[in-house]
Design a protein around this ligand. Structure first.
Ligand code: SF4
Ligand code: SF4
Length: 187
């Protein structure tokens, strides 16, 4: 069972029921799930799909995340993905929210620490995906379901990001079914 940060609950949030796509729920990402009583909870709580039962956002489980990240206030949901990525999903109705203080400063600080640990730090704001690096942000535009986001060092030592087909053989270097991308050397 996942240990949540003492004193933190979903309370009146429900934002993950909008910003995330859940295959078992026929509602697209960035639209409220049809089962959601917005600001109250899940109308099918006892029968909710397995991904909904097991999901915990970063605010709930990481005590290093400050209180101002309560998703209902921040309008951003922090998600750990695939074991190597931290993705900040922004409410599409406020797509510029992540650039505001104090959230942007936290995202940049996490990019510094995350990249040192071999992690990818992304912001997903509506249809656009941004790769976050200590010194700059890279706007990747929309990322198709059959594309992967890769980040890595360029030959000159700078950090870069790119979209590649999920079938790109370089992804095989990453091992472990990381077909959605990861950190690899960029050309
Ligand atoms: S985004 Fe986090 S706090 Fe909000 S409802 Fe989902 S799991 Fe709970
Ligand atoms: S089924 Fe319930 S918990 Fe799952 S996304 Fe919909 S409203 Fe949220």
């Amino acid at each position: 069972m996942v240990q949540t940060v003492h004193g933190r609950t979903c309370a009146s949030c429900t934002l993950c029921c909008k910003v995330l796509a859940i295959p078992e729920v026929p509602t697209p990402r960035d639209a409220w799930c049809g089962n959601c009583a917005v600001g109250k909870g899940c109308k099918v709580y006892e029968q909710r799909p397995e991904p909904c039962r097991t999901f915990h956002c970063g605010y709930l489980i990481w005590d290093a995340v400050p209180d101002h990240w309560f998703p209902a206030r921040a309008r951003i949901v922090i998600v750990s993905e695939l074991g190597f990525r931290i993705n900040f999903y922004v409410d599409a109705s406020q797509p510029g929210r992540w650039r505001e203080k104090p959230w942007y400063d936290d995202i940049k600080a996490l990019a510094i620490r995350g990249i040192a640990d071999g992690r990818q730090v992304l912001v997903t704001a509506g249809a656009r995906v941004f790769a976050i690096f200590p010194e700059r942000d890279v706007d990747l535009g929309s990322v198709a379901p059959d594309e992967a986001v890769v980040t890595g060092r360029r030959p000159d030592g700078s950090w870069g990001a790119a979209k590649v087909p999920a079938s790109d053989p370089r992804l095989a270097q990453l091992g472990g079914g990381l077909s959605l991308g990861g950190l690899i050397p960029l050309q």
